[in-house]
Ligand binder design. Structure first.
Ligand code: ADP
Length: 615
């Protein structure tokens, strides 16, 4: 059924059949029904105009009902003029008096239709205006030519322009487009009008008086208003605003960065430099830019670059991070002044070099010192050896004539009967023998010191060795009222040592003990001990003699040391015996020690290795 169709409501369809036919001929094609079917027809169809026969029972009530329906116009057919009043007061849109010709009816219907249409538009418009005025949404309506036909209060607040300044103006004049989009403002508006509804479109709307454009998101709706195309734009700014603020905030990072930040095109054209770069001295900034350009010129355009380098340029050292991603096609450079760090590094390097230099100098000093000392030592050793060789030779040369002196003096002593001469000869013999002992000792010591003494190891029975020494010394000991005893403990078996040298040491120690003891005892105690994987033997010579003063004990093993000068006079001796003992013990891989107390006695102990060991 057609929108705005014509409905003829009569007391008798048959009575109006001719009229209906005539109307049909005029192209009005009316539907016909009785009053009872009116509501059904209205609800079911798109009836726009009702022709109502006022002669029916309940006609006025029907008119009143129709008046409440805004979409339906009602033309009342009256037979008498008196009925007209009643019809109009019931709310009829128009009243037509009889005789009702088809042409008169057609004319009325047309008028009513037009009037009804206007009324509906007006209602719609006033409703829209009321809403548009009070909503917080900024609304703009364009007509089919793109001229602004509505600009509500919120649009004034959001977009800035007053209604009087924009109404009737082309919307295209109020917007800016991104050149990159390749579209003019006019083309953009045309697109809005073309009917391709876009849910949302972003565009920049210029502020009043040429103020900067701001980005807005516009919701677009197209509709027809009385057959004419309209475009409604609901303006939203909040979301885009936030994005823009966020972008501004992000974009401010390089702006606030105290270090240089730059952007180049891949061709090397500078497209951005931050304030920190701009504040560099001019030649320093140029050097930085040229340096980066040189790097850019060597890029492979298809390859990304992520380069960190340290360069010395005018104004100091810079660490540069150079990024090129083919996707951006721009080169970004972040530079940092590292002059201070470099200076610190240099100071460290200098300090290290300096230290190395000092170490080198000190090392060569030390080396020189060591060399000097070695040479001195060598000279000393040479000198000492020369002395020893000299002494050895000398003592040999001295011994030969001395032996002759002793031999002939003994002959003279044997043959002489004159008591006085015999005493004199006896004194010569004593002195000569003392001198011979001295020379022998010096010879021994010099031999050892000159490294000429040789050690001959053998398997030795310690018991035999010790008892033989005791036997040798016993007569001298007895002459001074002394007793010599020996003892053995541990494995007293056989030991590996030089028997001659051992004997020499024991004779000396036991001899000394007998010499410096009167009416006392001398005891020789031998102990053999297995220690770890070695065997050691100790021989301690203990006497009950005069003892040695504590202050002399330390130096007793040095040559020509005697505990008391008077003892020499009393007991003879050279002061070399203990020095020789010590040297021999050391040659044999051991040592000698002493404990003594004045007036109580002394104990000399030698400790020597008794196995083959590493020898
Ligand atoms: P000397 O030929 O004079 O005995 P030594 O080197 O054998 O030379 O002894 C050095 C000195 O050590 C002796 O003069 C003596 O004063 C002291 N001395 C050595 N053995 C004993 C001892 N058993 N008791 C006391 N004094 C000793």
């Amino acid at each position: 059924m057609q929108d705005g169709a014509l409905l003829l409501v009569t007391r008798s369809v048959a009575a109006f059949a001719t009229l209906a036919d005539e109307l049909r001929e005029l192209g009005l094609a009316p539907l016909c029904c009785g009053l009872s079917e009116l509501r059904v027809e209205l609800d079911a169809s798109g009836v726009g105009v009702v022709l109502l026969d006022h002669g029916m029972e309940g006609a006025d009530a029907a008119v009143r009902e129709l008046a409440e329906r805004s979409r339906v116009a009602c033309v009342v057919l009256v037979e008498r003029d008196e009925e007209r009043e009643a019809a109009i007061s019931a709310g009829a849109d128009d009243v037509l008096a009889a005789p009702w010709t088809a042409s008169a009816i057609a004319e009325r219907v047309e008028v009513v239709r037009l009037r009804a249409g206007r009324t509906r538009d007006a209602v719609r418009r006033s409703l829209f205006d009321a809403w548009a005025t009070h909503t917080d949404d900024a609304l703009v309506i364009l007509d089919e030519r793109g001229l602004v036909v509505a600009w509500n209060v919120a649009a004034v607040a959001v977009l800035g322009h007053e209604q009087r300044d924009v109404l009737g103006r082309p919307f295209a004049e109020l917007i800016e487009v991104y050149e990159e989009l390749g579209e003019t403002p006019e083309e953009l508006v045309e697109e809005l009008l073309s009917g391709d509804t876009r849910a949302s479109i972003s565009m920049r709307v210029r502020g009043p008086d040429g103020a900067g454009a701001a980005e807005f998101s516009l919701n677009v709706t197209q509709w027809r208003d009385a057959g004419r195309r309209r475009v409604g734009l609901r303006v939203e700014e909040a979301a885009t605003h936030e994005v823009e603020e966020e972008m501004m905030r992000l974009a401010s990072f390089p702006e606030l960065d105290p270090n240089p930040v730059l952007e180049f095109s891949r061709a090397g054209t500078l497209s951005y430099m931050n304030p920190a770069t701009a504040s560099l001295p001019k030649d320093a900034a140029n050097a930085l830019i040229e340096g980066v350009r040189a790097v850019i010129s060597s890029f492979d355009p298809d390859e990304g670059v992520n380069l960190v380098r340290e360069v010395e340029e005018i104004g100091g050292w810079f660490e540069q991070h150079i990024h090129y991603a083919p996707a951006w096609d721009s080169v970004r450079v972040y530079a940092q002044d590292i002059s201070e760090r470099k200076a610190a590094e240099q100071r460290l390097i200098d300090a290290r070099d300096n230290l190395e230099q000092r170490v080198r100098e000190r090392t060569s000093d030390l080396r020189r010192e060591i060399d000097e000392r070695k040479n001195a030592e060598l000279r000393a050793i040479e000198a000492s050896q020369a002395k020893s060789v000299f002494l050895a030779t000398m003592s040999h040369e001295l011994r030969t004539p001395l032996n002759a002196i002793i031999g002939y003096t003994e002959l003279l002593h044997e043959d002489n009967t004159n008591p006085e001469e015999r005493d004199d000869l006896q004194r010569i013999l004593l002195a000569a023998n003392h001198l011979l002992g001295l020379i022998n000792d010096i010879l021994d010591l010099s031999k050892i010191e000159a490294g000429r003494a040789q050690v001959r190891y053998e398997e030795v029975s310690l018991r035999d060795a010790v008892e033989r020494v005791a036997m040798t010394v016993r007569p001298i000991a007895a002459s001074r009222g002394n007793q010599i005893t020996v003892s053995f403990s541990g494995s007293t078996g056989r030991c590996w040592t030089d028997p001659t040298k051992l004997r020499q040491v024991l004779i000396n120690l036991v001899g000394n003990a007998a010499k410096f003891t009167e009416d006392g005892a001398v005891h020789v105690a031998t102990v053999v001990r297995a220690q770890a994987d070695r065997t050691w033997f100790e021989i301690a010579v203990r006497d009950t003699g005069i003892g040695i003063p504590a202050e002399k004990l330390e130096s007793i093993f040095e040559p020509f040391t005697q505990a008391d000068g008077s003892t020499t006079r009393l007991y003879g001796g050279t002061g070399l015996g203990l020095a020789i003992c010590k040297k021999i013990c050391e040659m044999l891989g051991g040592g000698i020690s002493v404990v003594s107390e004045l007036g109580v006695g002394s104990t000399f102990t030698i400790r020597l290795p008794g196995d083959k060991g590493s020898r």
